[in-house]
Design a binder for this molecule. Structure first.
Ligand SMILES: C[S@@+](CC[C@H](N)C(=O)[O-])C[C@H]1O[C@@H](n2cnc3c(N)ncnc32)[C@H](O)[C@@H]1O
Length: 219
């Protein structure tokens, strides 16, 4: 899996790249590359944005700037990633979409800033627009990290325990429901006790209890 992030703040991804599960994925051959819009902008003085046609507050990331960044990264006729624009109005990210993205070999994540991105990016350059939720962030960087994180944890070897990403909240293994509760030692803390079933050693009862709890949480 190769994930390319196009951004005005590539340094934000240094911290992300240094996290254990991301490092695991990178050590196993995945790649996380960063592209700075300003380094390939065709405009002078590093300009990347402009005032919106029709007036209004804020600046808009220009389509020619995004196009130039993509053209500089990918040769015509060469590799072509699935290009995703991060946008509050995009398709809502969920586990099914994360699984779909994890099956791709190459993603390009376009981070917006300011008032947003010229709509022609979505119309002509991006394959998808994805939202991480119904709220507005200051830029696409955190959204790109959320997308990359949920995708990377689905890659083989990213997590310490391979099963962790199989049976977790919203997965097919739990029929789309949230995960069941977890407990660990001590068995009693103050007067808060772990459910008896988890201490019973009866794997079938534990399995049934977890499945019921998961369904109850999802109801
Ligand atoms: C300040 S926001 C623009 C908000 C835009 N004016 C609106 O009202 O929808 C700047 C950039 O942050 C990113 N962004 C903000 N919220 C997001 C979300 N919920 N999901 C994905 N990307 C988001 C997008 O890339 C967006 O272009």
């Amino acid at each position: 899996m190769r994930i390319d992030v196009f951004t005005l703040f590539p340094e934000w991804f240094e911290w992300f790249s240094s996290q254990r599960h991301v490092r695991n994925a990178l050590e196993r051959g995945s790649e996380l590359r960063r592209f700075h819009y300003r380094e390939t902008t065709p405009l002078t003085g590093g300009q990347v944005d402009d005032a919106p046609y029709g007036g209004g507050a804020g600046m808009v990331l220009r389509v020619d700037v995004v196009d130039a960044a993509l053209r500089a990264a990918y040769e015509p006729g060469g590799e072509s990633p699935r290009v995703i624009l991060l946008a509050p109005s995009g398709r809502r990210l969920d586990d099914a979409l994360a699984t779909e993205l994890a099956a791709e070999s190459h993603l390009a994540l376009l981070c917006g800033r300011y008032e947003g991105v010229d709509e022609r990016v979505r119309e002509h350059l991006a394959d998808d627009a994805i939202s991480i939720g119904p709220y507005v962030l200051s830029g696409g960087e955190l959204a790109a990290m959320v997308v990359a994180d949920t995708v990377i944890r689905k890659l083989p070897g990213a997590l310490g325990h391979a099963d962790s990403a199989i049976e977790e909240s919203f997965s097919d293994a739990l029929e789309g429901a949230p995960e069941y509760p977890h407990y660990t030692r001590p068995a009693t803390y103050r007067d808060w006790s772990v459910p008896d079933v988890l201490l019973s050693g009866d794997h079938e009862r534990v399995r049934r209890w977890r499945s019921e709890e998961s369904r109850r949480r999802g109801a």
